[in-house]
Design a binder for this molecule. Structure first.
Ligand code: THU
Length: 135
């Protein structure tokens, strides 16, 4: 969880900005996520809902899938920004994030204070990993 303060600020700002693009007409709950790749690049994503509600994709997974589509598959940190409060990633997103950043630092934007910094290992202590698939 060694991350410089200016990097935290940059990631939170990127997550806030992409939150403006959220497509959330059903919940009204807009979320933005900004991943810091191992090579220093920042990749963003927002939540995208659908009239068939269960097809919704969270901001964190949007960011991961965008990154993978661009050939970026290893991450140091993710910042998450939601409307009005510090929001941790849902269980499904924890699992997806852990595949590409098992030691990820998770930064939660807090509009009423300083960002919270957590570690994915604490949020998902026993992920399902590719090792379990080995015969
Ligand atoms: N959502 C996210 O984008 N990330 C999370 O970690 C939690 C929930 C979105 C999904 C849905 O569009 C809205 O928030 C309400 O659940």
């Amino acid at each position: 969880m060694d991350i410089e303060q200016n990097v935290v600020t940059t990631l939170v700002e990127a997550a806030r900005e992409v939150r403006n693009n959220a497509y959330a007409p059903y919940s009204g709950f807009r979320v933005g996520a900004a991943l810091l790749a191992e090579d220093g690049r920042i990749i963003v994503g927002c939540n995208v809902e659908n009239s068939s509600y269960s097809l919704t994709c969270c901001a964190e997974r949007s960011a991961v899938f965008t990154a993978l589509s661009a050939g970026i598959a290893a991450f140091h940190a993710v910042a998450i920004s939601a409307d009005g409060k510090a929001v941790p990633p849902c269980g499904a997103c924890r699992q997806v994030l852990s595949e590409f950043g098992p030691e990820l630092t998770v930064i939660l934007d807090d509009p009423s204070g300083t960002p919270r910094t957590l570690s994915l290992v604490n949020l998902l202590p026993e992920p399902f990993t590719p090792d379990f698939l080995k015969k």
